[in-house]
Each structure stands twice: as structure tokens, then as C-alpha cells.
Design a protein around this ligand. Sequence first.
Ligand code: COA
Ligand code: AMP
Length: 630
Amino acid sequence: MAYREIYEGWKADPEGFWMEQARAIDWIAAPSRAFFDQGPAGEWFADGMVNTCWNAVDRHVQAGRGDQAAIIHDSPITGRKTSITYADLQGRVAQLAGALAARGISQGDRVIIYMPMIPEALVVMLACARLGAIHSVVFGGFAAHELAVRIDDAQPKAIIAASCGLEPGRIVEYKPLLDRAIDQAGHKPDFTVIYQRPEHQAALTPGRDFEWQAFQQGAIPADCVPVPGNHPAYVLYTSGTTGQPKGVVRATGGHLVALMWTMKNVYGIEAGDVFWAASDVGWVVGHSYICYAPLIAGATTIVFEGKPVGTPDAGTFWRVIQDHGVKSFFTAPTAIRAVKREDPKGELIGAYDLSSLQALFLAGERADPDTVQWAEDHLNVPVIDHWWQTETGWAIAANPLGIELLPVKKGSPTHPMPGYDVQILDEAGHPVPAGTLGAIAVKLPLPPGTLPTLWNAEGRFRKSYLDHFPGFYETGDAGYVDEDGYLYIMARTDDVINVAGHRLSTGAMEEVLAGHPAVAECAVIGVADSLKGQSPLGFLCLKKGVDTPDAQVVKEVVARVRDEIGPVAAFKTAVVVDRLPKTRSGKILRATMAKIADGDDFKMPATIDDPVVLDEIATALKSVGYPGAT
Ligand code: COA
Ligand code: AMP
């Protein structure tokens, strides 16, 4: 069947469509129907009983795939490569789950995971899933304060961490960050489990911290616990407009059904194939496409601990594809830009046998046409942009390779996937004609696998996503649909920025800058960056009478952001200005500032309080080398 027929088929009978897809999942008690009109935006498969770990691990062993590789760890940063079969994975996960259960972890308890790209991160996620415990993975590039905020929100009974992560040229010691976070947080976990890596052994606090091996010694392997379809599988925090991250909830049944559907239909992957998403378990891509989806589908997933360049060179991606026979490869456009910058002619590509590769998938930020073209020219496979968010957990729009490859239009993630009725709305919530820019919204209900709410924050869920356009989910992205129904994602409608495929809150950075004793007022914007897509830039107005030199204040706020949010914020520059441009009602004109920095045309905002401030901003930007600021 062609894409159009499948999409229209879903639209005509969503209930039938999703019940049919649910057949690909092993249910302990099958759901009586797909959609349940309950909760703030509806729920899926709520009365089914199911277990995620069974579907991702045990059922494949039972079906005879026990000897197949489930996880391949390829770590150019340590020089190690290991492979874990489905049977081995089942043993490891059941053992850890047994040890966690013996320490009191049961269905509904939260477990925070703070681990780098090692297979043990997936083992912990799956062990939680086995028990019906709700995991929350925190990305290793976040610092202690961000971890503390998540501890207080999720209130975990346990935290499972590694002793360290490895970045090129440095060891990131996780344990001191974890200790600081636990000190800072009001909530204290009952215990922690620390996986000691050979690169660095962390000092443990007796009575609270357990060493990974010792913790599991003698534990009785645990069975899979049946949970209802609407039971939260995990909470993943993502950036909103303020420093308080949003805890995106993923419900179990819809997650299983939707991810299973995507493996075949979007990524063209079946059981036994090798799939690789070069992201991090701390992001949604890592949850859906490093851990869950490939395993649910019985494929082999690759856990890659390295960078696109420098580990050891810009040929790493191609080496991994060759060595493991990767069929579909998923990364962020920024990673391809990094490779292209080092190897513009793609010379390293020729050194590897990429005959296993059927397609390259890009997401996480806008795939600029130059990058797509470069990849197409050098890889000779379809390059597929697809658009999604932490909130949705899977692609809202894609080119569904497994159904049919639709003609590619560079700069567009193609068409909506079944389940998503995407509409472009004006400020008043009316659909706009083709070619007109507007807010991108999805008609409710959202499909299975998307967020049913925010963790302990239903009011914030409604306010952030449902209230603005009644009857719709507000994506926070702006864009348009062309005459052929192709979707184009152009910008965020809020103050979220996207740096190297990482979603960051300018509001969170502003809170850190405002905490500096010399800063009276501040703003952070995202400016165009040829490698990372965007990079953050701060503006500081200093308090009267401050005699610290500007350069010193800038240095201190840069250090503060790194220390409080983490190196991933990539906050490297700020400028001191006398005033910030504002509307008459006092709103800072961040979007206009970003346009000045990027050298884009902009309309003088009608509500601006004092237009002269924009000239001052342009001068300040010029002084720090922003060429656009003329
Ligand atoms: N733990 C600790 N620190 C981390 C980290 C982690 N897991 N991940 C990144 N960092 C650090 C980096 O070391 C860097 O530190 P530095 O300021 O000391 O150099 C900082 O955070 C910024 O990292 P990043 O923005 O990733 O820049 P980079 O220069 O290290 O690498 C790219 C640039 C493009 C190669 C890299 O960002 C990349 O591969 N991006 C792909 C992103 C991706 O897959 N996103 C997932 C969505 S699909
Ligand atoms: P995250 O929740 O971290 O996955 O970030 C989601 C946001 O990244 C989206 O709301 C978009 O702003 C952006 N994004 C992700 N994928 C794409 C894409 N293919 N094209 C354009 N923007 C994208």
C-alpha cells in the first residue's frame, strides 16, 4: 500500500488502524480498544496489560533470537567493542531488576539514570521497565544543578550512575556531580548504584552508594511485571521557556505500538537488521531509537561512544556502518556538518564499504539543504529528514521509507505520519493557506506513544500545549505546508533554541546570568552558527556602581552557566550593553536581537519602546565580531 492510502486509511478509522498495529505487540491482556477519552488529552490502550521489557527482550529469546546481537557497543573513545546477545541481555536485565526489587523498587517508583553511552545504561532502562518502575535518564552533559532539579521533580527512590563519562581529551567524573546534586536537592534517594568504569573509579559513600557488581551479587532474577497500557514507562525532562524543565511522560502501551510501527514503516527495519542512532541515551532519540524501538522490533542496536569527528577522525561514522553492517543510520544534521567541515570532499567515505546502508535519517534540528545534498552526493542513499520532539517520541513528519520513498524536497521533512493531523494556524487559531507561515499544531488526539501529560504538572501541560489553540496540540514550531502538502519547519515560536541538535532553554540560561551579583538585567538569544545550527549569546546590563571590568563579568557568567547547566549549554559569549530593547509593556525583543545578530532583515516592532536601543545592540554585537550586526 502507498503512503497516501495508509494515511487516509488511518484518518478514516484511527481506532481500527491503531488496534491493527497493536497486534504486533505481546499483550498479557489485550486492550479492549485503542483510544480512551480520559486524562487531559486522551490515553491509548489504557486497559491492556503489558510489559515493555518482555516485548524488547524476552519475546525475542523465546522466538529463537537468543544468539542474535541485541546491543553492540562501539566505543572509539576507549577503543573497545563488545556485543551482547538477546539471551545475555535477558540475563543481565533480569538480574539487575531482581537486585532493584530486593532493595524495594517496584511498579511506579522512579529511578534516575545518569550514565554515558555504555550498554549498562540500556540494561538499567530495561530493568526498570521489567519492574514497571519509571526511569528518568539525565544527559551526562548536564551539571549538578540540572540533576538536582530533576531529582526534586521526579523524587526517585534510587539513582543509578556510572563513575564517569568520556569526552575527547577529558574524563567527566559523574560521582562528584551526583553528590553535589543530592546535596542540593530537597529529596534524597534511598540509595545509589555506581557502575565503576576502568577509566575512573569513584569513591563511594558507605550505606548509600552500592557498587554495580556487588549490588547484584546473589540477586534472584526478576520476571516481567504486567502494567496497564497507560502506566508511565518513563519521564524525560526537556527544556521549556523557564529554568524548570518539563517532565514528558511516556505511557507504556502507546509507546510500544507506535515505536514498533515506525521501525518497519519509517526506517525500513525488521527483526535481524542492524539499526544505528548516533545520539545519546539522555535525549529522546536515545530513548526511542537507541534503546526501545530497535529492541522491540528484534533488531540490533548500536551504542556508540564517540563523536562524528576526532574519535579518531571524520571517517568514524562510515567505519561503524561498515564494521557492523548498519542498514539504517540516524543522526543530527550538525553531526554531518561536522564531518563535512573536516572532510569536505567525502574522501574518507571511499575508504569504507557502505553497501549495507539503505538510508540516512536526520532529525533534531532543521536539515539544511546543503547538508542533505552533501550527504546524498557522497553516500548515494536516500537522505531522509524527519521532524519530531521529545513530547511526541516519534516522527510527526517523515518520508516513510518502509512504505514508499516519496520524492524528496530538500528543506522539508516531507509528510505527516499516520496519527498526526498537522495544521498550520494563524494567531487566532484559523488554518492558513498553503505557503503561509503559521504556528504548527496537531489536531487532538495525538497518536499513541506521544505524551499524555507532564509529570506532576497537568496544569502546565494544558498551558504549554493545549490552551493556546483549543482542540489542538501546539508544537512550539512555526512553519508552512506547500502546495504539494510538504511540511517546512522554520523556527520555534518560544525561547527554546537548538544547539548542535540539543534543545536548550534560553530562559534557564537567563536565570543563571541573573544570579550573578553584578547583573541587573539580561537576555539570551540563539544566533546562527554554521556548525551547531544555533549558539547561545548573552546580553548583560550591569548594576550601577559595579566596577568589575566587563570582560571579567563575562568570564564569570560563562563559567556559571557551565557549572550550573553544564557544558552542553555551549554558552561561550556575552556582551555588556547599557539597555535591552523592549516593547512598551516591557517584553524583551529577543527575536529582533537575533535577527540583528544574524544580519537578517527585520521589521521594526510596532510596539518598540525606543528604537535607538537596536542601534546600540548592533554596535555591541559588532564589537564582539558578529558580522551580521551592521
Ligand atoms: N557529557 C559531558 N559533556 C558533554 C557531553 C556529555 N555527554 N556531551 C557534550 N559535552 C560537552 C562537550 O565536551 C563540549 O564541552 P567543551 O565546551 O569542553 O568543548 C560541550 O559539552 C558542548 O558540546 P557539543 O555542543 O556537543 O559540541 P562539541 O564541539 O563537543 O561537538 C558536534 C560538536 C557537532 C560534533 C556534536 O555536538 C555532535 O555530535 N552533535 C550531535 C548531537 C546529537 O546527536 N544530538 C541528538 C539529537 S538527534
Ligand atoms: P527535541 O525535543 O530535543 O527533540 O527538540 C525538538 C525540536 O527540535 C522541535 O520542536 C524542532 O524545533 C526541532 N526539530 C527536530 N527535528 C527537526 C527537523 N527535522 N526539522 C526542523 N526542526 C526540527
